[in-house]
Ligand binder design. Structure first.
Ligand code: ZN
Length: 226
């Protein structure tokens, strides 16, 4: 289980007890795992696993031609599984594969947006509940922009990038929920090594697409002829 793999040193015992983000049982401050449900309570591990600055998500999604979105959906399902009392969905990997099935993917994406909005009360203080975004609107926004890849050149490339807006709004909510539960975290995590590699490869292919689509920058002979 992911909970058992959490790294980091538990803080010194003593002080205010902390509520478990999943089952809401109180545990002594500094406990590594929840005595009631076994969830890891090592704060930084949570932040490192599930939070992300919106600009980092946008950059990764845009430069990987939305391939990063698959990882993002998988990570968000894992977060829901860890945070929610029922531990659903049990198989985030299987759901991610389901994204490839037309029709089913719309249901899965709708439920993900809905579940993030309805994240456990402990992780989602009452004053934030009304800020929840309408999952149907997010679904329309996401699927609508993704379908724009069918537009003629060069519009498909620009417009379909905007699909990331719905995950961005959802990630902002995830960040808020995680930080609200764990107030002393350092903030969002940094790029991981695989993400940096993805960025480098993405920049290369983006330049290729830009060059062939817009016939610019690298096409000096063409410019000289005009
Ligand atoms: Zn618990």
């Amino acid at each position: 289980m992911a909970e058992a793999k959490a790294v980091g040193r538990p803080k010194q015992a003593g002080g205010q007890p902390v509520a478990c983000p999943r089952c809401e049982a109180f545990n002594p401050r500094g406990a590594a795992t929840c005595a009631a449900c076994g969830l890891s309570l090592v704060r930084q591990a949570w932040a490192d696993r599930y939070t992300q600055a919106p600009w980092q998500l946008a950059l990764l999604s845009i430069l990987t031609f939305s391939l990063y979105d698959f990882y993002w959906f998988h990570r968000t399902w894992r977060m829901l599984r860890d945070l929610r009392p029922g531990g659903q969905p049990r198989r985030p990997g299987l759901r991610t594969l389901g994204l490839l099935v037309p029709g089913l993917n719309c249901v899965l994406i709708y439920r993900l947006f809905r579940d993030v909005r309805d994240i456990t009360p402990a992780a989602h203080p009452p004053e934030q509940e009304r800020e929840g975004l309408e999952p149907a609107a997010l679904l329309v926004l996401y699927v609508g922009f993704v379908l724009c890849w069918r537009l003629p050149t060069p519009w498909w490339w620009i417009v379909s990038r905007l699909a990331i807006v719905a995950p961005l709004l959802t990630q902002r909510q995830v960040n808020r929920a995680v930080v609200a539960t764990l107030p002393d975290v350092r903030g969002a995590r940094q790029f991981s090594w695989p993400e940096l590699v993805a960025l480098a490869v993405g920049i290369f292919f983006t330049l290729l697409v830009l060059n062939s689509t817009y016939n610019c920058a690298l096409c000096i002979p063409t410019l000289n002829n005009t």
